[in-house]
Design a protein around this ligand. Structure first.
Ligand code: AP5
Length: 285
């Protein structure tokens, strides 16, 4: 995983411009400038941040790129479409999808102590304590399939301390996708969401209705998918997102999540394909 740091060098088009230089933002692609990060200054020299001068960093990326698959983090407010996009990304790029929320719900379903504790926090729309979440996600991330195929981390990290737990292991994404959806749409998305327990597919009664009656009859709803709870989850999201922006600002890209599912995926596809191309380029140099 040490190669994750070097691999971040491969996405140079996502890096902020050098001090004093203005670079136009490519159409359909907004760099998140951490405007809400307040006291945290923008980090303008990622190479220095990682303790490597540009030359060794590039050399390391070449070496790393040979064996390194794509590593992606996806974040966004509750119901911004993370899970929906992850299904599509997984299908196209073959990455291992690791959803912190799904791992926690699996613990709840099997009735473990961690699951019982986690549920108390999830019902309040709060973050489950690090003692439960961090090792659970790290353990999954370090399994051979995620290392070999690349990973797609969904809903982790969600706080500064969770991100630092990965940073200390040298685990960084090639790209951090932040889905942007206006708050007023999120309640409707949450309340109308349904899940197929057999296939795991995510539906929405209005926007992605089930294909037939048989599927419709077996759909379930999440215990935290109520209007009251989504408001609490949203608060928790805003309390934490800025610390992540400051940690990942060299690889973060904000994507408009307020278009069709296909439209959002089209944007993500361009970004991931470009990241992959750059990795391959680095490998061939
Ligand atoms: P988690 O399960 O991750 O929930 P979340 O972050 O609130 O996100 P959601 O799963 O609700 O939404 P999503 O963005 O995946 O949207 P989806 O694609 O389903 O976490 C649950 C809880 O676990 C947290 O509150 C916390 O307590 C705990 N937890 C999780 N991670 C943790 C961590 N790292 N640390 C501590 N605690 C943690 O889409 C939503 C709906 O919208 C669907 O119906 C879908 O069909 C529809 N939809 C999607 N895209 C579109 C579109 N473009 N247009 C119209 N409709 C759309």
């Amino acid at each position: 995983m040490a190669s994750s740091t070097a691999a971040a060098a491969a996405v140079t088009s996502l890096l902020p411009p050098p001090v004093g230089a203005e670079r136009p933002v490519p159409q359909g692609r907004l760099l998140f400038r951490a405007s809400r990060a307040g006291s945290r200054p923008l980090r303008l020299n990622p190479a220095r941040h990682h303790g490597l001068s540009p030359a060794p960093r590039a050399a390391k990326a070449v070496e790393a790129g040979k064996a390194d698959p794509l590593n992606v983090m996806i974040a966004g407010a509750p119901a911004s479409g993370k899970g929906t996009q992850c299904e599509l990304i997984k299908a196209k790029y073959g990455l291992v999808h690791i959803s912190a929320g799904d791992l926690l719900r699996a613990e709840i379903a099997t009735g473990t102590d961690n699951g019982k504790q986690a549920k108390e926090f999830m019902e309040k729309g709060q973050l489950v304590p690090d003692e439960i979440v961090v090792n659970m996600v790290k353990g999954r991330l370090l399994q051979p399939d995620a290392q070999e195929k690349g990973w797609l981390l969904d809903g982790y990290p969600r706080s500064y301390s969770q991100a630092m737990a990965l940073e200390t292991l040298g685990i960084r994404p090639d790209i951090f996708i932040l889905l942007d959806v206006p708050d007023e749409l999120l309640v409707e998305r949450v309340v109308g969401r349904r899940l197929d327990p057999e296939t795991g597919k995510i539906y929405h009664l209005k926007y992605s209705p089930p294909e037939n009656e048989e599927i419709a009859s077996r759909l379930t709803q999440r215990f935290d998918d109520t209007e009251e709870k989504v408001k609490l989850r949203l608060q928790t999201h805003y309390q934490n997102i800025e610390s992540l922006v400051s940690i990942y600002e060299d690889v973060i890209v904000k994507v408009n999540g307020n278009t069709t599912v296909e439209g959002v995926f089209g944007e993500i596809e361009k970004l991931l394909t470009s990241s992959l191309d750059k990795k391959t380029e680095m490998t061939c140099r």
